[in-house]
Design a protein around this ligand. Structure first.
Ligand code: 5GP
Length: 217
């Protein structure tokens, strides 16, 4: 699991998790990160929920039926999985392992249940970020603007949001998405700082030894 840092020092790839109640802007922030951050790859989840207008198979999700999902669980093909809004969601293991093994960082848009499971399996490599909406009114507005769900589904999501928020203290970083550009800058800073953490930078000993050799010449 090593990546070449921009300064040439090798480091381990990291698993960058973004969680939030739906409608808090996490999908927009994920897209912005992927566009602007080289070396970051999205983990595409499998789900049993129906495809929404505008979604693309294999880009947003792998849309599977319950039988297929259950067989993926049985075969150990999922790194984590959970039931969210009566549907099953899970992270396929192979693409994540493949990305980390060639030194890419991986971005996860998963809920608190999946985050707990990932953290149990790979705590040192997992960075957990929770996105909060600035207010309940703002969350409701975004769910309506998205225009992807029925009134009933939106009401269900609002009810769920309070429960999801109760998990905020299980995360390493909290970002309040008042303004998407500011929230993006904060999320990007977290990624940049985490990439520089000494414990991840497996090539540092060698790098510093090299510096010392040059200095002692
Ligand atoms: P949505 O249906 O709005 O796309 O996603 C609903 C919720 O499921 C979101 O909170 C999202 O983060 C979560 N989710 C999406 N994929 C996964 C996954 O693979 N595992 C887990 N645990 N949660 C997921």
């Amino acid at each position: 699991m090593t990546a070449q840092g921009f300064d040439g020092v090798e480091r381990r790839g990291l698993m960058f998790v973004l969680s939030s109640p739906s409608g808090a802007g996490k999908t927009t922030l994920s897209r912005m990160l992927l566009e602007r951050e080289p070396g970051l790859k999205m983990s595409v989840s499998a789900t049993t929920r129906p495809m929404r207008p505008g979604e693309v198979e294999g880009r947003d999700y792998f849309f599977v039926d319950k039988k297929k999902f259950e067989s993926m669980v049985e075969q150990g093909e999922l790194l984590e999985w959970a039931t969210v809004f009566d549907n099953l969601y899970g992270t396929p293991r192979a693409p994540v392992e493949a990305a980390l093994s060639v030194g890419q960082d991986v971005l996860f848009d998963i809920d608190w249940q999946g985050t707990q499971q990932l953290h149990q399996k790979a705590s040192v490599d997992v960075v957990r970020v929770f996105i909060l909406p600035p207010s309940a009114a703002d969350l409701e507005k975004r769910l309506h603007t998205r225009a992807q769900d029925s009134e009933e589904v939106i009401r269900g999501r609002m009810n769920r949001a309070s429960h999801e928020l109760s998990h905020w203290a299980e995360y390493d970083y909290i970002v309040v998405n008042q303004n998407v550009d500011d929230a993006f800058a904060e999320v990007q800073s977290i990624l940049k700082a985490e990439r520089l953490k000494r414990e991840r930078r497996t090539g540092l000993t060698e790098f510093v030894r090299g510096l010392q050799r040059q200095l002692e010449k």
